[in-house]
Design a protein around this ligand. Structure first.
Ligand code: BGC
Length: 409
């Protein structure tokens, strides 16, 4: 009988942490978020964020402190192409030096090519909803990819296309701030060729590269206790469109691994009076109670659901929104327990990236939600370890051998 791990070679598991450029770098003045964010954050600007643009070596030291062997971060398109067609080599060089610095310290980069933010000029033309907009993104990739080949082996082309579309066009909580559900089709018409062509471009430069997307995954549960068929059908439909559309219909043949961003559970209630009620909603952020919806055991259910693809899986993001770091510590321990159980169940889990390395600019919620293993002083930009950073290090030590598993051949 063929062992399901036969096409994998033994190697070390990726223990990492994650950030994205706009959330940590600061002064990202040519991005669409910079231009529009204040209208969605009650006037708060990302400003210098965590000043990681200058302090990336400090960030790398934090990873070393925790004994992480990998780092997921993103490259900011608007820094490299601040005006359409004008490419700034020195900005690309800065990212290359960041990558070199990681490699010198035996930290594998997992590089995200698009994490929610675009150049302002691109958004002003209509962004991802304009016909053939993806060609502009590919032109940018043509500029950067040759310099990355051989240095970066693991790529995420898009971070959470499902959340991008949901926030921008379905609930309208990001600019332009209108519910325009039909735009999601136009957006997908660009995301799909963008991902596929990016996949080919990267493979042509380096066939060894491993390419995925990081898609948010939430397990849908019934809000009530009794079974009813309508609710079941609704949950299946929602799971199919939210969780699996990205993997199934569009990207399946262009994925080397499944990237899962795992945070919360979604409870579905459907009734004639109440229509559809979801627990994935902003007030949980507002009052900092999102943690009530964090169920680490759901990670195991999520991993079981993606096992059917037979691909390696990376938890590209997972973390907890809380001001009480003790909760984060307990949560982390639980998450590791469920990852181990999943590996024993035959899931080809090859990496885990904690969101986030440090507290950062949390999009339309500005700086209020705290997800970090480190806190950041916004006057001095000093980073301070929360106790959970040490717990994470201890967990890495404890599970390093147990998780020493497989990588794609
Ligand atoms: C995003 C991150 C975000 C995190 C916490 C994910 O949806 O990829 O950028 O900060 O969730 O909300």
């Amino acid at each position: 009988m063929q062992n399901m791990h036969d096409n994998l070679t033994k190697s070390s598991f990726f223990f990492g942490a994650a950030t994205s450029a706009h959330q940590v770098e600061g002064n990202n003045i040519h991005s669409d978020w910079w231009k529009y964010e204040k209208d969605f954050t009650k006037g708060i600007s990302s400003g210098r964020a965590c000043a990681s643009y200058e302090l990336f070596k400090e960030d790398r030291k934090l990873l070393q402190e925790m004994e992480c062997n990998s780092y997921r971060f993103s490259i900011e398109w608007s820094r490299i192409e601040p005006r359409e067609g004008e490419f700034v080599q020195s900005e690309l060089d800065r990212y290359i030096s960041q990558i070199d610095d990681l490699l010198e310290h035996n930290i594998t980069p997992l590089l995200t090519l698009h994490h929610f933010s675009n150049p302002a000029w691109f958004e002003d033309q209509g962004g991802w909803t304009v016909k053939d907009a993806y060609k502009k993104y590919l032109r940018f990739l043509e500029f950067i990819l040759p310099s990355l080949a051989g240095k970066v082996k693991y790529f995420v082309t898009f971070n959470e296309p499902n959340i991008y579309i949901y926030s921008k066009y379905i609930v309208g909580s990001w600019f332009p701030g209108q519910r325009r559900p039909m735009q999601l089709i136009r957006c997908l018409r660009n995301f799909i060729p963008a991902h596929r062509k990016a996949y080919k471009m990267i493979k042509d430069l380096d066939p060894e590269s491993q390419i995925g997307i990081a898609s948010q995954f939430t397990v849908f549960h019934p809000a009530g206790t009794h079974f009813d068929l309508l609710n079941w059908v609704m949950r299946k439909t929602m799971s199919l469109s939210f969780n699996f559309l990205t993997y199934n219909l569009f990207w399946r043949k262009h994925l080397d691994y499944i990237g899962i961003n795992f945070y919360t559970r979604t409870r579905v209630a459907i009734s004639f009076s109440d229509a559809v009620r979801l627990n994935f909603n902003p007030e949980f952020y507002e009052d900092q109670k999102m943690h009530f919806l964090q169920f680490p055991e759901d990670l195991k259910l999520a991993l079981r659901q993606v096992k059917k693809y037979g691909l390696p899986v990376i938890v590209t993001e997972n973390g907890m929104l809380t001001n009480d770091d003790r909760e984060r510590q307990d949560y982390l321990k639980e998450i590791f327990k469920y990852m181990q159980e999943s590996i024993l169940d035959g899931v080809k889990l090859i990496g885990y990236f904690h969101w986030s390395l440090m507290d950062n600019f949390e999009w339309s919620f500005a700086f209020k939600p705290k997800f970090g293993l480190y806190s950041v002083n916004h006057e001095t930009f000093a980073r301070e370890a929360k106790p959970s950073a040490q717990i994470y290090r201890d967990l890495i030590r404890h599970y390093r051998k147990k998780f020493e598993v497989y990588e794609i051949k």
